[in-house]
Design a protein around this ligand. Sequence first.
Ligand SMILES: Nc1ncnc2c1ncn2[C@@H]1O[C@H](COP(=O)(O)OP(=O)(O)OP(=O)(O)O)[C@@H](O)[C@H]1O
Length: 722
Amino acid sequence: MQAKATKRKHQASSEAPPAKRRNETSFLPAKKTSVKETQRTFKGNTQKTFSPKKHSVCPSDRNQEERPCIKTSSLFKNNPDIPELHRPVVKQVQEKVFTSAAFHELGLHPHLISTINTVLKMSSMTSVQKQSIPVLLEGRDALVRSQTGSGKTLAYCIPVVQSLQAMKSKIQRSDGPYALVLVPTRELALQSFDTVQKLLKPFTWIVPGVLMGGEKRKSEKARLRKGINILISTPGRLVDHIKSTKNIHFSRLRWLVFDEADRILDLGFERDITVILNAVNAECQKRQNVLLSATLTEGVTRLADISLHDPVSISVLDKSHDQLNPKDKAVREVCPPRTGDELDNFAIPESLEQHVTVVPSKLRLVCLAAFILQKCKFEKDQKMVVFFSSCELVEFHYSLFLQTLLSSSGAPASGQLPSASTRLKFLRLHGNMEQEERTAVFQEFSHSRRGVLLCTDVAARGLDLPQVTWIVQYNAPSSPAEYIHRIGRTARIGCHGSSLLILAPSEAEYVNSLASHKINVSEMKMEDILCVLARDDCFKGKRWGAQKSHAVGPQEIRERATVLQTVFEDYVHSSERRVSWAKKALQSFIQAYATYPRELKHIFHVRSLHLGHVAKSFGLRDAPRNLSALTRKKRKAHLKRPDLHKKTQSKHSLTEILRSEYSSGIEPGVAKVKKQNAPGEPGSRPLRPSLQPTPCFGHGKTLKWRKTQKALQQDSKTSQKV
Ligand SMILES: Nc1ncnc2c1ncn2[C@@H]1O[C@H](COP(=O)(O)OP(=O)(O)OP(=O)(O)O)[C@@H](O)[C@H]1O
């Protein structure tokens, strides 16, 4: 795939671009004078009139005369050319989701089968379940890889429950953990706990429990004291309890499960996993280990090679399987099953339509807003997840959209569906929120039939949010694996879903990077997204007032886009506090941008950002001067740091920033981006002797973590940012 190199003609500040560089974006066949006309149209008696407390884009209730003037520099001028995307069509790796095999064929306890059938309302197994459950019931260690939303949770939960209920000496609550399931986020911990709890309905003597950051440590301690037999936890919180709670013992542990294993074994969790494995190994050597993910990379496989005992590698996508194991069609392989290249190509649900749109920086905000309006205001029952690269970006866009896009009048304008103005609902989820609110949002969005969830990658892994129809990636992910997990929040278990990746012209090359991992995206034109503004008379320009909506042409769409941008700008500029809030969000964007891994730096480099243009996508009218000085400093710091994973001070602070997303939340004051001292570093709490970092999964094999780190560094293309 060849995306033409972007001709970035305008690197100077937007404040005073030379006249000859003032090119219009060429995608709409409008007259050159159009924007001037627009400016004339909206200027006049409306100077600085847009100052109500609620800056909503209200439909018919606002008088045309009240429209703000367009102080906005033209959105459609001085933009870099949008490169043509010459997409090579790559054949995506695909998996069959369902099989015709029924759960009762597995020889499970009849009560477990009836629970699966009646409580979970499932009868036939998915491919990954059909392959994994028998292997795990045999007592083997396993590496399980299958596409997002294919039922991996039950693939390990069913064998765990089946084996524990069948134990000869009946499990006592006070025995403590027989199974430990580690997951990267609190929401995923809650979700997995919910599944285990359902499966355990007939086996009331087996007690499940969840430990996660943000919850009251005291009550968790009390629950641990009483006993938890199937323990689901985030790494950070478990480490806290290992270090401070005397009531946690692993002597009876039979199962150790790493869900989202590539994420859990990622460097961000290194220290925590080291502590956990040492605590577990000190008390228990013989157990089953299971690693699962949709994106088990070579690094994880290598780690597994030296740490798992004679593992079976289960991969649904592997078409060459039959050739490798002609006699054994039960889909099992002894590691290593595939080459590194093959492992880098991830399966994507067949019913997932992926799109990309290339949008100049100045138009990004308007384009995102238009897309949200198109899907969630004008179409029925749409549920959308929008990914951003930092907590600050989520907060900024959440507040901005709440204040500007939600209609306060409730009265639909012409062209709107009758209930259009009430259809929009925004929620947000990120690692800097209080746990109570996080849980409430997660539950609300899960149960909601519609709505827009703005979030960080905290929602990218494992979450099973029913009926999500659209995934939007406003900031590109830092690795193909994260791309796969983000889009995997839709099109689950055979359902239909769509995704949209929004790129700047200088980032168009990213489409090639995706194609090299057999990820196929089709282009959606920016003007097709902006076209929705024609349906929404909220944005009607003054001089078009008398015209009917269906007569709206490209020129009017530009003007409407400008009206929308002006609404954003007026809101941001309505107070000093809001301006500095937008600047902080911009700064956070630039910081996150600087953390793309080395192999993507040629596409995503802060040097290719046009600060003035990017500022507009934060509702700022100009490139902030003080920010550019600050950014230059940061840029220098990042340029000195060719690889995020290099052992430098900046690496550590970035790692800590990342950890804030997944941290236990226990630390005093919950300084979410607070740097912690590493074990052994000055000021750190000493580890118990048994917790010194020499991790191993068991079976007497010691894992040289640093060596493994190197392997992981090569494979983990995950940029560590909030
Ligand atoms: N056999 C089945 N029949 C019908 N639905 C199922 C079956 N197994 C699982 N599901 C449902 O499929 C959805 C996705 O399952 P799950 O969350 O386990 O997927 P996953 O493979 O772990 O996804 P991810 O990689 O994103 O974590 C869930 O809603 C689950 O209840």
